[in-house]
Design a protein around this ligand. Structure first.
Ligand code: ATP
Length: 333
């Protein structure tokens, strides 16, 4: 089937799903699965996401997107002989009643899909759980800590697994939301890179998003798991707006992504602690440990941008020590 037909099929399915909440009668469930999996395969092939022998960590949150990603990727790996070594990598942020539940899903996926699972926790890495952080900072800015720490935790978990790539379940709706957020925030550097299917190629472990062109509606096997600490996250407004646009014109989501043209090469800033520039995770952790949890929330001058690890990161031996060591809604990878 030609790619255009696949896309037409998807859009008909998506439009109908939006209107009725069900698959259209013109496409049966079996065909929808085939179309869906073929689309992901084509995205992987056309964008050269992997090469044979790659070790790949699937960022597994236990949510619908990463669960579907783990399943589809392990299926395609067998079917099309990608020759990948796949792993599930989960970050336990320490959110009682949310992440502990979703980690149970990941543990089931480990058995169902036969993929080795590595769980890495904020408590072990930073000495703080998100429950502790929310007690210290309140609900308003906690997503900043969660997003920055999670990004770094995924990198550190991936380094322990010695993988070549991290894949995440970010879908087209997520990316369109991020585009709008970056426009609203006037963040040109992030705007120019947030639609890349692969990021961090100049860093130690690149990340890619095989669901870049996949609408959230298409990701069938889903769970209802909003993070309990992010009900007011700014991203929620962009999400609602995108849902309104989608109701009027399903393709609006992909159009938003495609509108972004590179506005100059983004500066990939890493943590340059030798030059006294610290990564965002280190600045946030320092603030927590010094009893100044709001330090580093918002834009920070002299901060290396949170895109990479800081050499000084290490587990904090005691909370009172004043030394430098070491979004939810969604993380902008
Ligand atoms: N705690 C986590 N551990 C590992 N990977 C994560 C974690 N949280 C998010 N990710 C990765 O980032 C992607 C996008 O994050 P997002 O916050 O949208 O996830 P989610 O809504 O919790 O779950 P999902 O996207 O899987 O439905 C996820 O699909 C997953 O690949």
């Amino acid at each position: 089937m030609a790619r255009d037909n696949l896309r037409l099929g998807r859009e008909a399915a998506s439009a109908h799903a939006v209107a009725s909440g069900r698959l259209p009668s013109s496409i049966c469930r079996e065909c929808f699965y085939i179309v869906f999996e073929d689309e992901i395969h084509q995205t992987i092939v056309e964008n050269n996401l992997f090469k044979p022998g790659d070790r790949v960590a699937i960022g597994a949150s236990g949510g619908k997107d990463s669960t579907v990603l783990a399943y589809v990727l392990s299926e395609l790996n067998h079917r099309h002989k990608y020759c990948l070594d796949l792993f599930l990598l989960s970050v336990d942020e320490g959110i009682t009643g949310y992440r502990d539940d979703s980690l149970e899903t990941v543990k089931r996926n480990e058995i169902q899909y036969g993929l080795p699972l590595k769980i890495i926790s904020y408590k072990d890495l930073y000495g703080w759980t998100m429950d502790d952080i929310v007690k210290a900072i309140g609900l308003k800015n906690n997503c900043t800590f969660c997003g920055v720490f999670r990004r770094q935790a995924l990198d550190r978990g991936a380094a322990l697994l010695k993988v070549d790539k991290i894949v995440t379940g970010h879908n087209a709706d997520d990316i369109a939301e991020t585009v709008l957020l970056n426009i609203l925030r006037g963040d040109i550097a992030r705007l120019s890179r947030c639609t890349f299917i692969t990021t961090g190629e100049d860093g130690p472990i690149p990340r890619c998003k095989p669901f870049k062109y996949t609408y959230e509606k298409e990701i069938l096997d889903y769970f209802s798991t909003e993070c309990i600490y992010s009900p007011n996250a700014y991203r929620g407004f962009a999400r609602e707006f995108i849902k309104d646009l989608e109701r009027m014109r399903p393709r609006a989501i992909l159009d938003i992504i495609n509108q972004v043209r590179i506005l100059g090469s983004p500066q990939q800033q890493g943590c340059q602690s030798k030059e006294h520039k610290l990564c965002k995770a280190c600045v946030l952790l320092d603030g927590l440990n010094r009893g100044l949890p709001k330090l580093g929330v918002g834009r920070t001058n002299g901060v290396a941008g949170g895109d990479s690890d800081c050499e000084q990161q290490a587990k904090r031996p005691e909370r009172s020590r004043s030394s430098l060591q070491g979004k939810h809604g969604n993380i902008d990878f």
